[in-house]
Design a protein around this ligand. Sequence first.
Ligand code: PLP
Length: 387
Amino acid sequence: QLRLADNLSRLGTESAFTVLARAGRLAAEGRDIINLGIGQPDFATPEHIVEAGVKALRDGHHGYTPANGLPVLREAVAADLHGRHGVDVDPDTVVVVPGGKPTMFFSIMMFGQPGAEILYPNPGFPIYESVIRYSGATPVPIPLEEAQGFGFSADQVLEKITDRTTLLIINSPANPTGGVTPKSEIDKLVRGLEEHPHVAILSDEIYSQMLYGGRTHVSLLQYPSIRDRLIMLDGWSKTYAMTGWRLGYAVWPKALVDPVTRLCINDHSCVNAAAQYAGLAALTGPQDAVEKMVGEFDARRRVIVERLNALPGFRCADPGGAFYVFPNIEGTGLHATQAQDLFLDKAGVATIAGTSFGAWGEGYLRFSYANSLDNIQTAIDRIAKLI
Ligand code: PLP
């Protein structure tokens, strides 16, 4: 009998990968499956970015880079953040990692241990709760409600802070709901946090460029009073359709740059150089591909919201960001997992049960509209027929 560590049994997962595997198996059996489950752009990485990665390999960039990322890339990240959010960022506080997830893992492990409480959104990205439990800390869910457009309520966050709170995780625009927290609520949250200087903040801003209806992104970096305890996560996966390249970054408080760099050295040494040079081309090259993708997502968003609202038993809020809709399906009489399984098995449409994003997701289903308009239309036709 192997003697595995206890904490391994507390580690969760991201169901999107399980559904992806199941959809793949069904497709291999000859079934025609439309995947509205996984959250990854259906576009290819723009050509000039791919070329920069290939060129880096041809130019001989085959070795280790500095553990926190190439200086030229960290400078480009700081310039990009200045351009997009109007903030000054010291490139030495930027730490480049393989995707968005490592920053999550490292920051939660840095602040999580038995006795600590970590606040996180529910429904929310499942990895937050999984790693909080793995660390031994107590997960304290912050409910995100449909009635509030799935945005954070400052009061609901602040009332959950105790002396034991070590970390607060927020995410806007949000996965799985597409919810965007309005600036007024973020202002209020930051004012409240000023009363709790022992709480670090992880702001997951991976969908910062995916906003609709004239909305603009509010970055937590824009609040000087919390900069010394803010970890701001962003990356290339969603914005530049680079999920498989594994490239992301965070801006860290100065005092935490050394510990997180040590975690990088212990974990992965550095991100492969080709991905970093590709990421550099993404930030410094033309941005028209991003605008085009976001415009396309916006058009699909409008179609999917309208079509889901026309299904019996469905009620779908209009999401302000990301590329997900999170319709309420209580009217169908189906539990979230029943609907997920039924739609995949009988209609060949992969979606994700709301409960995969926490207990508060019961009664909801996540659809990703990172798929072609044709596929979205066919998928909803099939579900309509099944219902
Ligand atoms: N943060 C959120 C909210 C996400 O939805 C995702 C991916 O789905 C990530 C982070 C992780 O992105 P990456 O693939 O770069 O690790």
